[in-house]
Design a protein around this ligand. Structure first.
Ligand code: ZN
Length: 279
């Protein structure tokens, strides 16, 4: 598998769900081994777990006194499209536009604009099972010849238990919108979050129903969104993954802990897709 970038520049503009401010980003194609980086106020911030500053309802990266926020939906789509090299420049704002709350518009705009580069993609192989846990929630990483991500969880008042997985079909994941429970809305606003949130970019779940007039895009849409978030956060490893990831009820914070544990595990080995594993 070769590394990829984009054929040409692509722009996205729209409100940031937490900041409530309009953001404008430009995705610039990059050459081999550059990785994915954000560029804001002259500072490059690598899309890497080492730069994670916060995981409260979104993944926040920062370096040199500047920050970029809500990076996970765009990063998930880039990962699923196999794009490894890109500069994401902020022309306005610091939060990736939320668009419709899912990865759908990123996917739609980018899926036919990928460009294969000459170098092989870089992988991290999970050599031994590893688990991170927070109360009842846990995420397990297991050795496997293919890459698969599984998310299991429930939606309070709507869905008792559901299991969804991504094993290569982005269409099963990208459409799923972000969500919150109605009783959380005020609490989020009090804490300066969700200022740009609305029924246009988030599903609001009531007691046994959703407030959005159009309803859910699938009955397990919120679970599929958690899977999208997980894939985006996993991409902060900076490598493609060879192995299986299973999350039960995990969120951004646990995703981050897993990525950090994988990166620092002595059982993880990195290699390029053409070469034999090297430690
Ligand atoms: Zn999300």
């Amino acid at each position: 598998m070769k590394q990829k970038t984009l054929l040409k520049e692509v722009e996205f503009e729209g409100i940031g769900i937490h900041s409530g401010e309009i953001s404008k980003i430009v995705l610039h194609p990059e050459g081999e081994n550059k990785g994915i980086r954000f560029l804001i106020k002259g500072e490059y911030i690598p899309a890497n777990y080492k730069y994670v500053l916060g995981t409260d309802h979104a993944t926040l990266l920062g370096k040199g006194g500047v920050k970029v926020s809500t990076v996970e939906h765009l990063l998930a789509v880039l990962y699923m499209l196999g794009i490894d090299n890109l500069t994401i420049e902020f022309l306005r704002g610091y939060e990736v536009p939320i668009l419709d709350g899912s990865g759908y518009y990123f996917y739609k705009e980018l899926k036919d604009k990928t460009l294969e580069l000459s170098q092989e993609a870089r992988f991290l192989k999970i050599g031994k099972g590893l688990e991170v846990r927070n109360c009842k929630a846990y995420i397990r990483a297991e050795p496997s010849e293919d890459f698969c991500v599984v998310y299991e969880g429930y939606v309070r008042g709507l869905l008792e238990r559901a299991k969804v997985k991504y094993c290569g079909n982005a269409k099963e994941v990208v459409f799923a919108r972000t969500f919150c429970y109605e009783e959380e809305v005020e609490y989020l606003l009090q804490r300066g979050l969700a200022k740009g949130g609305s029924l246009k970019n988030a599903v609001v779940i009531g007691k046994g129903f959703v407030h959005n007039p159009e309803g859910l895009r699938s009955k397990d849409e919120p679970i599929r969104h958690k899977l999208l978030d997980l894939i985006g956060d996993l991409s902060l490893l900076g490598y493609r993954i060879k192995g299986r990831i299973i999350s039960y009820g995990g969120g951004h914070s646990l995703n981050y802990q897993l990525v950090k544990s994988l990166a620092e595990s002595s059982f993880s080995t990195t290699f390029t897709s053409s070469s034999v594993s090297t430690p």
